[in-house]
Design a binder for this molecule. Structure first.
Ligand SMILES: Nc1ncnc2c1ncn2[C@@H]1O[C@H](COP(=O)(O)OP(=O)(O)OP(=O)(O)O)[C@@H](O)[C@H]1O
Ligand SMILES: [Mg+2]
Length: 237
């Protein structure tokens, strides 16, 4: 029987006639963090969209906890325990911090550890201090924390994070790294990151995409060993 939490098996995805993911296979194992890397346009966000049910693959299989979910609606994927924080942070700017968290909780139980608003505010103290503030007036880092907090409120078993450090100041990225490291104790994570330092600090496993194809799939240690030859697929310093 499958031991992985999430498995993509030869997934092909298209935008119209444009073939973006080519036979992509990857696995996220329970309790581990997989960093999905690759240069701009490699297909990382497309992969996340396919998993979250926003872009059904044209062929291939996506299994969650053993059940095939390709073609399922985003709400159904969420109910199966996938919390998705898309690139660019989706929050409700005209609701308060507290309302943003409470609305997310209503999307229901994903079957993972239950997160109350208090739990989320304990790991992100800023979200407690600012709970009555309108989300649209938060700083970029605070909005990212709120977006992650909203995903946690759905009690996910797997968290999909698409470039959480994008546009954040180094000090805030450091803080985010500390929180993600702590979250790893409770939840499996699929992390897309352009910040290679952050990604490799957190990753147990690494998958590298180049023009929609997997060019490396292995442990962080294996990635470290092969990094010189893989560097050209990263497109980042
Ligand atoms: N909605 C869309 N319609 C058509 N093509 C798209 C769409 N979204 C992305 N693409 C194309 O699909 C390819 C993969 O894009 P994707 O957003 O998955 O890359 P990415 O690895 O997330 O890049 P980045 O690091 O810049 O976020 C790119 O060539 C992109 O131009
Ligand atoms: Mg992207």
């Amino acid at each position: 029987m499958a031991t992985e939490l999430l498995a993509l098996d030869r997934v092909n995805a298209f935008y119209g006639d444009s073939h973006v993911l080519h036979d992509v296979s990857l696995q996220v194992r329970p309790g581990r963090l997989l960093a999905l890397l690759g240069r701009n346009g490699a297909g990382k966000s497309t992969c996340m969209q396919a998993i979250a049910g926003l872009l059904p693959p044209r062929s291939g299989r996506i299994r969650l906890g053993g059940a095939e979910v390709q073609g399922s609606a985003p709400e159904a994927i969420c109910r199966r325990g996938v919390g998705f924080v898309p690139q660019g942070r989706r929050i409700f700017p005209t609701l308060t911090v507290r309302e943003n968290l409470d609305v997310a909780a209503r999307r229901g139980a994903g079957g993972g550890k239950r997160w109350s608003r208090d739990d989320v505010q304990a790991i992100f103290p800023r979200l407690k201090e600012r709970e009555k503030q309108l989300a649209g007036s938060l700083s970029g880092g605070e909005q990212q924390m709120l977006a992650i907090g909203r995903a946690l409120m759905t009690s996910p078993v797997l968290l999909l994070l698409d470039e959480p450090s994008e546009g954040l100041a180094p000090q805030i990225v450091h803080e985010l790294g500390r929180v993600l490291d702590k979250l790893k104790d409770d939840i499996s994570i699929l992390l897309v990151e352009q910040n290679l330092g952050l990604a490799l600090q957190l990753a147990d496993d690494v998958v590298l995409l180049n023009t929609g194809r997997v060019v490396f799939d292995g442990t962080r240690e294996e990635f470290d060993t092969r990094q010189p030859e893989l560097q050209r697929h990263l497109g980042i310093a």
